[in-house]
Design a protein around this ligand. Structure first.
Ligand code: IDC
Length: 444
């Protein structure tokens, strides 16, 4: 552990009755406790302990740090981050605002670059409203057991701070397969497949959202309610695909995410995926889109995890000759976010797996879509490659959703054609080769 003495901030902090100091040294010594929990050649993971060094409870805190030029924060967790150049300010995540006398909390971050931070503290004024507390989870559903998720380092963690890997299924396009999503099919996903997650794929083009914003928003909201009733997590996927530049849909995205994030703000099971598969667009263009859409969501639902699509059909750039390095060099300026990676097992193999393993050391990843088949959604079902992929994702604790929970007449669909609209979704008699494999894998 590295310990840092405070310079200018100390006098101010000590003078104020509600002063927060950050310390890991014996009481009375106002210092910042900063630990590098892991490091690699191009970056490191840092942890900062925040301690109430006064004899009364405090109801908020603030930590300011500066990084030398060339080092930036890629991602943080357990705090709300804002940045101005090389200066970063961290305030409570919400649930960790109140600290009893002598109590401490901590937050973490991933830095790109090897420069270490210097700290200062500022006195804060307690808010007049009492903090809210979340009751501990009860019940056996995925949401009851894990509660509100948040990004912790490069992982996704549950309310208790433990890493979780969500496993589930993606809908097909709601404009084509609405009859696949009903009480019986979502019951089967929760109870028979024992999934954690339903990804709700709302195409924007191809007869999707742009043709009927109110109708598709209502359809998405309804499916999120269905997932919520069964204790499933739900990813709201703004399924941009063609055109590939998400900025084409920026105004629609702001309208849509403002509505759905307001509607689901009080829920603890909703994750927002703001652009399915950017393609033919630079990383800078995707980042600019993300930095305009994320604040719309955060204004309504500040603690929700947001997933940002990556370049080259969410291949971390690989399918367009780039790599995840362009993201780590220039990350989205927001906290509590993850980056999407997609694969189709019969098309994307070892070089893509190697990139995921490399990227996962410094970026929080979520496989919001993958197929057991070729990138067309059809063709050969490659179970050997799929198993290699899922073994890798299990080892790295990366969550996933399989394309698709539908009866489309294509080999990626889990149900045989003609299943939807019928009464039966549970069991194996209605499943394709891909569906049988995925159900086994998710149930296990
Ligand atoms: C495919 C569907 C197919 C549909 C097509 C329309 O499987 O039925 O006609 O979209 O665009 C993706 C996309 C996803 C694709 C899927 C398979 O996110 O929309 O679905 N895929 O091609 N990325 C890689 C593959």
């Amino acid at each position: 552990m590295r310990r840092w003495r405070l310079a200018a901030g100390v006098a101010v902090a000590v003078a104020a009755a509600t002063a927060v100091t950050v310390t890991a040294l014996p009481a009375g010594a106002e210092t910042t406790a900063f630990t590098v929990t892991s490091s690699w050649s191009t970056g490191y993971q840092g942890q900062v302990e925040v301690r109430n060094n006064t004899s009364s409870p405090i109801s908020t805190w603030r930590v300011q740090l500066s990084l030398p030029a060339g080092t930036t924060i890629v991602n943080s967790w357990n705090a709300t981050q804002s940045a101005s150049g090389q200066n970063y300010t961290f305030t409570p995540a919400g649930w960790n605002a109140t600290l009893a006398a002598g109590a401490s909390t901590s937050f973490g971050f991933i830095a790109n670059g090897t420069g270490r931070p210097t700290f200062s503290t500022t006195p804060t004024t307690p808010p007049t409203t009492p903090p809210t507390t979340t009751p501990p989870p009860t019940g056996t559903t995925p949401v009851a057991q894990n509660g509100q998720l948040r990004v912790c380092g490069v992982k996704l963690c549950n309310a208790a701070g433990r890493p979780v890997q969500l496993q589930g299924m993606s809908t097909h396009g709601l404009q084509w397969f609405a009859d696949c999503y009903n009480d019986a099919s979502i019951d089967a996903l929760a109870d028979d497949w024992k999934a954690d997650l339903l990804r709700v794929s709302m195409y924007v083009q191809e007869g999707g959202y742009e043709t009927n914003p109110a109708g598709f928003t209502a359809q998405v909201n309804n499916l999120v309610e269905q997932a919520t009733q069964r204790g499933l997590y739900s990813i709201i996927d703004f399924h941009t695909l063609t055109p590939g530049d998400p900025n084409y849909n920026l105004a629609r995205a702001k309208t849509f995410f403002n509505e759905v994030s307001a509607r689901h703000a009080a829920k603890n099971n909703v994750i927002y995926e703001i652009a399915n598969e950017p393609n033919g667009v630079s990383w800078a263009g995707i980042k600019s889109y993300a930095e305009q859409v994320i604040p719309v969501i955060r204004a309504n639902d500040p603690d929700a995890v947001v997933i940002v699509g990556s370049r080259g059909w969410s291949s971390l750039g690989v399918s367009e000759g780039a790599s995840s390095s362009e993201i780590t060099a220039n990350p989205v300026n927001a906290s509590n976010i993850m980056y999407a990676f997609h694969f189709y097992a019969a098309s994307h193999k070892d070089n893509y797996r190697a990139e995921v393993e490399r990227a996962a050391a410094s970026l929080p990843l979520f496989v919001t879509e993958f197929g057991t088949v070729t990138y067309t959604g059809g063709g050969q079902v490659d179970l050997a490659s799929t198993a290699a992929w899922l073994d890798l994702l299990d080892r790295l604790q990366i969550g996933y959703a399989n394309w698709t929970y539908s009866d489309a007449d294509e080999s990626s669909a889990a149900f045989r054609p003609g299943t939807c609209g019928g009464p039966t979704y549970a069991g194996t008699s209605v499943l394709t080769e891909s569906g049988t494999f995925m159900r086994n894998r998710i149930r296990a």
